[in-house]
Design a protein around this ligand. Structure first.
Ligand code: GLC
Length: 451
C-alpha cells in the first residue's frame, strides 16, 4: 500500500523494533489524517468479548450451507467474472436488469440444507461485484430496485427460519462497483466515503432482517484493519446483534477463522472450512468437476475430527434453482448424515487420526471409526493408548468383537462387504479419552519386534 507522507522511519521512532513491526503491520496509510483510525491500530489478539456464549450453538452445528448468488450467476462463468474478464462497469450493470429469479427460491435451498443435515446457512448479501441482494438506502444497485424487484435477503432469512436453521450473511468489504472501492487506499476523502458506505450497509443488513446469527466478512482489499475501522465495525455489529458471531476476514481475529478450500484444524481456535462442491463458488455452467458424495462425507468427518465446521457451497442458477448435480450430492450426503449424525454434531477434537482407510471423530470417551475403504473381516488401528471397553456397528447396533494388545486394537468378524459404501461407523467405548501415539507406541517402542 502507498504511504501518504507517513514514513517508516517516523513510525519506528521511539518504539522498540519488535513492537514497531507489529504496529507497522496494522497501521494504514490513512492513519495520519485520521486519528480515529490510528487509535484503532491496537488490535486485541483474541476473539471478541463473550465469545464462548455466542459461539456455543455453532460448535454443536458442525455443518452449514454457503450460498453464492448474484449478478455473476446470470453469466454463469464464476463469481470473479467481472474482474477476470475485465468487464467495464456500465456493461456489467446491465446484468442487474436481467437478474430475475423466481420467487422464494431460497425455500428450496433451505429444504435441501435441512435434508442434508446442515444446521445453518450463509448467503452472499453482497459479493465483490458490489450488487446488494438486500434492500439498501445507500445505493440503487440492490435487488429491490433492479431486476429482482424484491428483497432477496428477506426471502433467504424467512426460508432458513422456516426450516429451523440458523442464518448468516456473507458481506464482501472489497467492492468493484463503488467509485471509491480502490482509490480509498491512497485518498483519505475517498476512504472516508467508502468506509461510511460499507459500515452503513453492514448496519442495514443487521438491522432489517431480525436476528442474524453470523456475519461472514470477505476480502478486505485494499485496506487494513485500521483503514476499515474494523474495531468500530465489530462494535457496531455486536450492538445491533448481541448474539451474533463474526469471522476473521475484516482483519481482526473474530470468533472463528476461515480456511478456504482446505481443512486445517487450527489449534486453540474455532474454525470453519469453506469449500465448493465443484471448483466455483458462483454458478459456473461448464464446471463439471463435482466431488463425489464420498469425498464430501470424508471432508465433513475430517472437520468434525478437528473440532471445526464445514461450510459447503451451492451456486444457484440465476433463477435461483440449484444445479442438479449439487442436489444429487447433497441428497446422498444427507442420507449418510441422517444415519450417523451422533458422530458429527457436537463432536469434539479427536486425537486419533492415523489410518489408511478410516477417519475418526469423538464425543467424550466414545471414538467413532469411520471406515471409508472397507477392508473386510478386520479393521485394525495402531497406537491406541486407551483401553477399549466395547464396540458396535453404529447403524445396526450389532456388537463387534474387540482384540487389543499394547500395539494395536482389532475389530474382527465384520461383514465381507461395506455395510455403508460412503463410510461405515464403528462406535468404540473407551475407558478414557481416546488417544493415539504412533511414534512412541508403534515406531519407537518397537514392541512389534517382541516375540
Ligand atoms: C474468496 C473469493 C470469493 C469467495 C470466497 C469464499 O475470497 O474471492 O469469490 O466468495 O473466497 O470463501
Amino acid at each position: 500500500m502507498k504511504n501518504s507522507g507517513w514514513t517508516r522511519r517516523e513510525s519506528l521512532a521511539g518504539l522498540g523494533a519488535g513492537a514497531a513491526l507489529a504496529t507497522a503491520a496494522l497501521t494504514s496509510s490513512c492513519t495520519r489524517q485520521n486519528p480515529e483510525a490510528k487509535a484503532e491500530a491496537k488490535v486485541a489478539p483474541g476473539p471478541p468479548p463473550d465469545h464462548d456464549r455466542r459461539i456455543a450453538w455453532w460448535r454443536q452445528a458442525r455443518f452449514g450451507m454457503f450460498i453464492h448468488w448474484g449478478l455473476y450467476s446470470v453469466l454463469g462463468r464464476h463469481e470473479w467474472v467481472m474482474e477476470n474478464e475485465g468487464i467495464p462497469i456500465p456493461e456489467y450493470e446491465q446484468l442487474a436488469g436481467q437478474f430475475k429469479p423466481k420467487p422464494n427460491a431460497a425455500r428450496d435451498w433451505a429444504r435441501l440444507a435441512k435434508q442434508a443435515g446442515m444446521k445453518y446457512m450463509v448467503m452472499t448479501s453482497k459479493h465483490h461485484e458490489g450488487f446488494a441482494n438486500f434492500s439498501s438506502k445507500l445505493t440503487d444497485y440492490c435487488a429491490p430496485k433492479q431486476g429482482p424487484g424484491r428483497d432477496l435477503a428477506a426471502e433467504f432469512v424467512e426460508a432458513a427460519r422456516a426450516e429451523g436453521l440458523r442464518c448468516g450473511f456473507y458481506y464482501s468489504l472489497m467492492d468493484w462497483h463503488h467509485p471509491d472501492g480502490a482509490v480509498c487506499a491512497t485518498d483519505e476523502q475517498a476512504r472516508r466515503r467508502f468506509v461510511d458506505y460499507i459500515h452503513g450497509q453492514i448496519r442495514e443488513v443487521l438491522t432489517n432482517y431480525g436476528k442474524i446469527d453470523i456475519l461472514w466478512y470477505d476480502v478486505a482489499w485494499p485496506l487494513d484493519a485500521a483503514g476499515w475501522e474494523s474495531e468500530k465495525m465489530n462494535k457496531m455489529v455486536f450492538q445491533l446483534q448481541p448474539d451474533i458471531i463474526v469471522n476473521n476476514r475484516n482483519k481482526l481475529p473474530g470468533d472463528f477463522s476461515t480456511p478456504e478450500q482446505r481443512i486445517v484444524a487450527e489449534a486453540n481456535k474455532d474454525w470453519e472450512s469453506c469449500m465448493t462442491m465443484n471448483d466455483s463458488w458462483g454458478y459456473q455452467k461448464a464446471d463439471d468437476n463435482w466431488k463425489p458424495p464420498k469425498t464430501i462425507v470424508r471432508n465433513l468427518i475430517t472437520c468434525a475430527r478437528g473440532g471445526g465446521n464445514y461450510l459447503l457451497n451451492i451456486g444457484p442458477k440465476p433463477d435461483g434453482s440449484i444445479p442438479e448435480e449439487s442436489v444429487k450430492i447433497l441428497t446422498s450426503v444427507g442420507k449418510w448424515v441422517d444415519k450417523n449424525q451422533s458422530t458429527i454434531f457436537g463432536a469434539e477434537r479427536c486425537n486419533v487420526a492415523r489410518s489408511s482407510y478410516c477417519n475418526f471423530s469423538r464425543k467424550g470417551n466414545t471414538l467413532f471409526i469411520h471406515v471409508y475403504d472397507w477392508p473386510g473381516d478386520t479393521v485394525a488401528i495402531g497406537g491406541l493408548k486407551t483401553k477399549v471397553k466395547s464396540a458396535r456397528l453404529l447403524a445396526s447396533g450389532r456388537d463387534v468383537k474387540v482384540e487389543q494388545d499394547d500395539l494395536r486394537v482389532r475389530f474382527t468378524g465384520l461383514p465381507a462387504t461395506a455395510p455403508d459404501p460412503l463410510a461405515t461407523v464403528i462406535a468404540v467405548e473407551c475407558d478414557s479419552e481416546p488417544a493415539q501415539d504412533m511414534v512412541e507406541v508403534v515406531r519407537k517402542g518397537r514392541k512389534r519386534y517382541k516375540a
